[in-house]
Design a protein around this ligand. Sequence first.
Ligand code: NAG
Ligand code: NAG
Ligand code: NAG
Ligand code: NAG
Ligand code: NAG
Length: 353
Amino acid sequence: MQMMGAKTTVLIGALSCCISATIVLFPAHLFHPITSKHRTQSINATPSLPPRLHTFRSISNDDHHCHEYNTPLCDDFPPDFPPPDTLVVSIFCVDPNGCCNFTSVQAAVDAVPNFSEKRNVVWINKGIYFEKVTVPSSKPNITFQGQGFELTAIAWNDTAKSAQGTFNSASVSVFAAGFIAKNISFMNVAPIPRPGAVDAQAVAIRINGDQAAFWGCGFFGAQDTLHDDRGRHYFKECYIQGSIDFIFGDARSLYEDCRLVSIADPVPAGKRYITGSVSAHARESEDDNTGYSFVHCSIGGTGQIYLGRAWRPYSRVVFAYSSMSDVISPEGWNDWNDPSRDQYAFSIPLLFS
Ligand SMILES: *[C@@H]1O[C@H](CO)[C@@H](O)[C@H](O)[C@H]1NC(C)=O
Ligand SMILES: *[C@@H]1O[C@H](CO)[C@@H](O)[C@H](O)[C@H]1NC(C)=O
Ligand SMILES: *[C@@H]1O[C@H](CO)[C@@H](O)[C@H](O)[C@H]1NC(C)=O
Ligand SMILES: *[C@@H]1O[C@H](CO)[C@@H](O)[C@H](O)[C@H]1NC(C)=O
Ligand SMILES: *[C@@H]1O[C@H](CO)[C@@H](O)[C@H](O)[C@H]1NC(C)=O
């Protein structure tokens, strides 16, 4: 996919309730409009990634208490946690402070049996997990259960350049069927590409398995945030941030009640050019049943962006009962410089606000 010459930004910050206990994720732009001031600050505030997961216990830690909340380090689990294994569910607990069996998400995934018929819940305590995670196709039926998408995140910083290809740049890659994620964020925190940068695509998650579902999840990145690659996928009440082609792939997906937030470069008053695109669908043939449907979603943020670019000849994307701010450029769609893709394009933006 081509870089469109836009400078983009990933807005994340980290607050700590107390440095020794936990780091909570605070995507500032969730609560404030993005201004250029925020942008500068947030670029400076982008945390540098340690090579592996934070080992919080090695950070100076006097009494293992969180001063702000005054709760012991390991006391933030629900009562009676973990519930006992049953015939249909097993729990794999992840906590960055070592308060349960695993300190990294990948270690918990590795412990899930191959081809399990059970649902295997990877319960992930709050924190930012700096790691690259793969759910292999041999591990269907896994659930990632976070503690809120502002409080729990998996982040890495590969780019198309560092990973030798956009598809390999994903912080989290899911190749298994039946994957579910709830109340967790997926982030790619690679540095902000400069205008015209090549190989700057930086995927937060690649979803390649069939029958995946995401409830209350966050997806944070800039160019190519959400690789909605293959299979049937459902997204409910999710927050999706990006700039160029930030939802892309050849999946057959329904997005309901989602917030789509562009961080594409603002366009100066009086100028007319495009700085991004929400989607880039990749339907290859008329016979394919793939496509993206966005229903009861909202689109806002910065820049002048397309609803979609026709990445492949039969790209199919529908926005219905959705609201759009004026970040959406009036022409709406782009044919990827191939006019033959126009004749099959159809769009029904039912409601502008
Ligand atoms: C990811 O972040 C680490 C730590 O800041 C850095 O050493 C590494 O070069 C970064 N990787 C890329 C691809 O930028
Ligand atoms: C840790 O693993 C053991 C053995 O599988 C299990 O009995 C226990 O419930 C687990 N503890 C937590 C906190 O997940
Ligand atoms: C799953 O299978 C792979 C090889 O296919 C093997 O390396 C791995 O140990 C297996 N994992 C478990 C938990 O059995
Ligand atoms: C687990 O995965 C298999 C194969 O995808 C599926 O047939 C089965 O129904 C799944 N079980 C659960 C509990 O989701
Ligand atoms: C997600 O978190 C919210 C509170 O932040 C909670 O009300 C909701 O039940 C959670 N949903 C899931 C699916 O975990």
